[in-house]
Design a protein around this ligand. Structure first.
Ligand SMILES: [Cu+2]
Length: 126
């Protein structure tokens, strides 16, 4: 009878072990995903001084970038984006004074494992 009682914790711990393995392997192959941004996607804001994007993993500065285009698809920020010196999971794009309108943010993030992710989101300047 005690053997039967023992089988449940054993099964539970092997399930936990499998979950831990999954966590480990996903960390080993972690891609940098967007966690949050300022301005946030689809936000309507006063002209921001810069765009800041927080990622789930540290970025390779040489290959990661943010670009901004206006409603006509033209580049709207001449400065280069930069990975934050104090937190490699954060990237900034300094902005000129933006006129009212809708803008599209295009980001490319290369994680330290070399994997590349990219995405777009829009925001509106009031
Ligand atoms: Cu990866």
């Amino acid at each position: 009878m005690k053997l039967i009682n023992l089988s449940r914790p054993a099964r539970l711990s092997s399930a936990l072990g499998a979950a831990a393995l999954l966590l480990l392997s996903s960390a080993a192959f972690a891609h940098a995903h967007l966690v949050s941004s300022e301005p946030a996607a689809n936000a309507e804001v006063a002209a921001p001084a810069d765009i800041t994007i927080h990622f789930s993993e540290p970025l390779e500065p040489a290959f990661s970038k943010i670009a901004l285009t206006d409603a006509g698809g033209k580049p709207a920020a001449p400065a280069a984006s930069q990975v934050d010196k104090h937190d490699a999971r954060v990237m900034h794009l300094p902005l000129p004074t933006l006129r009212a309108g809708r803008y599209a943010v295009h980001w490319t993030a290369v994680a330290t494992d070399g994997h590349r992710t990219q995405g777009d989101f829009a925001f509106t300047v009031k």
